[in-house]
Design a protein around this ligand. Structure first.
Ligand code: GSH
Length: 132
């Protein structure tokens, strides 16, 4: 089936570790062919449009997002994984690549992101006289 004929769409932000987690799961579970993947960059027009759509539905914008029913965006990486896994009868706990990512690069990435954010915040809060 050509990609643009697929109804179910998964929206992925290119730099997002959660989006990569979902894509790893779908690929390793052999489910990727069922979806059309729309990949966008942080701050681009598609990102802004998707954020506006999610906010208009009264939800907090978050990616990955899945449009399984046209017009409805669903979010929450682990919820989506659990749902697709149950539907396909697969167990994410037994997937070596997903486990490898989820136990290594993923938490490290999140920790580094938080660390960087705290450093940036501390830098903006520190008066120049204190730096010398
Ligand atoms: N609890 C969410 C967290 C996902 C998340 O924090 N995604 C970030 C990108 S890494 C996000 O969507 N931030 C808002 C934005 O980029 O507009 C999940 O598990 O999917």
């Amino acid at each position: 089936m050509p990609d643009d004929a697929k109804q179910a769409i998964i929206y992925l932000k290119r730099s997002c570790p959660f989006c990569l987690k979902l894509r790893i799961f779908l690929t390793e579970a052999g489910l990727a062919e069922r979806f059309r993947f729309e990949v966008f960059d942080d701050g681009d027009a598609q990102h802004k449009e998707l954020r506006a759509r999610i906010e208009a539905a009264g939800q907090e914008p978050s990616f990955p997002a899945a449009e399984l029913t046209p017009g409805t965006l669903e979010t929450g990486t682990d919820d989506l994984i659990a749902r697709f896994a149950a539907e396909a009868g697969v167990d994410p706990e037994t997937m070596p690549l997903l486990r490898y990512y989820d136990e290594g690069v993923f938490p490290r990435h999140i920790a580094m992101f938080r660390e960087l954010r705290a450093l940036k915040q501390a830098r903006t809060e520190t008066p120049m006289e204190a730096i010398g």
